[in-house]
Design a protein around this ligand. Structure first.
Ligand code: C2E
Ligand code: CA
Ligand code: CA
Length: 407
């Protein structure tokens, strides 16, 4: 049989579709004709059912390729749609993990119930799906916990300074999400962002992040202005990460503009960070959305630049203001000449395209010096500061210029 995920097949009257004991990867939907299901019992053939148009049989093959527990034959001319297990698996993998798990468990229990009359008992569903179930349980726990955290104020933003490498002055900051769990302490986004994206919870969380970041930006700029009245410092900007899932939202641009404006912030002070993969997966839609953001005055940064597809061909198609060079290049720059050359080339390319560069993950003074030498404009990393709580970031504003890094 071909490995097609769905196919159409016909059988003549009396022809066998499959026999008890055959391996089976397909379930069937009857399009035309009648199908008889039967089993052998003590040398007799027992008819289980006669099925007609629209009915499904062989569906236990959707769980696994275990032997068929009954025979099926055509009573007249039969036309069938065959559906391979892979098709269902593929669809299940795209659906809500809890729903997928329910479907699997129900199918497996059904197989178990039916197979009680068989000499070899089927393995318990737990043996087959324990792994899935564990994973699913974890995802559901995180999902439920995050929903509670969002309404109970357990989600918090930390802010990491972004430094102008020429003046060594604070230019802005990036908002980074944390989950302040009452028992487990501070949970990093790597442990929950992906789940929030899968379940769609990133949509309300994303809106909360933006509005919180805007409110905090107003306070930071207010404090800074107050503390350094005579220094005429330019206002800080706020970088906010956008997830791919948010990009699928209809009216995203309007919604984001509304949140920012109703917080009293000009879109000019907001930099939206998007990843390369987001641009590549749906270039036409991404171009449209980014154009919308630009028209409203937002600035756009490509995050983790160089790690995704490393194809520069798309750069001219989008209204990009800033490239954020990924930490991987910066951290290997001193030990690996090729990384250093890549960083140098990226900085030159960005300049010639009128884009600014933020080098991410600067941890060592020598990295910063090399980046300055290459002409990188901005830097972010533990050398300057780790991400800080609202209070710690506010306190750091007392010194608008960074102290010299340790020798
Ligand atoms: P990202 O956007 O690339 O954020 C930068 C990450 O690098 C942050 O990790 C930051 O703490 C870390 N980092 C900064 N400087 C250094 C350094 O010098 N050395 C090292 N080793 N790490 C450094 P974090 O906060 O754990 O965030 C991880 C990722 O989670 C982010 O990567 C981003 O993809 C995602 N994320 C964080 N906050 C948000 C958010 O509010 N919304 C969305 N959609 N994603 C977020
Ligand atoms: Ca980022
Ligand atoms: Ca990044």
């Amino acid at each position: 049989m071909s490995a097609q995920t769905t196919y159409r097949v016909t059988f003549e009257p009396g022809e066998q579709i499959f026999a008890e004991g055959d391996g089976g990867d397909y379930a069937y939907i009857i399009q035309q004709g009648h199908v008889e299901l039967s089993i052998h019992s003590n040398d007799d053939r027992v008819i289980l059912a006669t099925l007609s148009k629209g009915e499904i049989f062989g569906e236990m093959a959707l769980v696994d390729s275990k032997p068929r527990t009954a025979s099926a034959s055509a009573m007249d001319r039969v036309e069938l749609l065959g559906i391979h297990r892979d098709y269902v698996e593929q669809k299940l993998s795209q659906t809500d993990p809890l729903v997928a798990c329910f479907v699997r468990v129900i199918l497996e229990r059904y197989r178990n119930t039916l197979s009680h009359s068989l000499p070899t008992p089927a393995p318990s569903p737990h043996a087959l799906y324990l792994h899935d179930l564990d994973l699913t349980t974890h995802r559901v726990e995180v999902d439920v916990g995050l929903r509670e955290a969002l309404v109970s104020g357990y989600l918090v933003l930390f802010y990491q300074p972004i430094i102008d490498l020429n003046t060594r002055q604070l230019a802005g900051c990036e908002a980074l999400l944390r989950w302040r769990h009452p028992e487990r302490g501070l949970i990093m986004p790597a442990n929950f962002i992906e789940i929030a994206e899968d379940t769609g919870l990133i949509l309300p969380i994303g809106e909360w992040i933006l509005s919180r970041a805007c409110e905090d930006l107003i306070q930071f700029n207010h404090t800074r202005h107050h503390l350094h009245k005579d220094a005429h410092l330019p206002p800080l900007y706020m970088s906010v990460n956008l997830s791919g899932r948010q990009f699928e939202q209809p009216h995203l641009v309007d919604r984001i503009e509304e949140i920012v404006r109703s917080a009293g912030v000009s879109p000019r002070r907001i930099k939206l960070e998007v990843t390369e993969s987001l641009l590549i997966s749906n270039p036409a839609a991404a171009a449209e959305v980014l154009k919308g953001f630009k028209e409203r005055g937002f600035s756009i940064a490509i995050d983790d630049f160089g790690t995704g597809y490393s194809s520069f061909s798309y750069l001219h198609r989008y209204p990009i203001d800033t490239l954020k060079i990924d930490r991987a290049f910066v951290s290997s720059m001193l030990d690996d000449k090729r990384s250093a050359k890549i960083v140098h080339a990226l900085v030159s390319m960005a300049s010639s395209l009128d884009m600014s560069v933020i080098a991410e993950g600067i941890e060592r003074t020598e990295e910063m010096e090399l980046l300055c030498q290459y002409g990188a404009h901005y830097g972010q990393g533990f050398l300057f500061s780790r991400p800080l709580s609202y209070e710690a970031f506010s306190a750091s504003l007392h010194t608008p210029f960074l102290p010299d890094p340790p020798p």
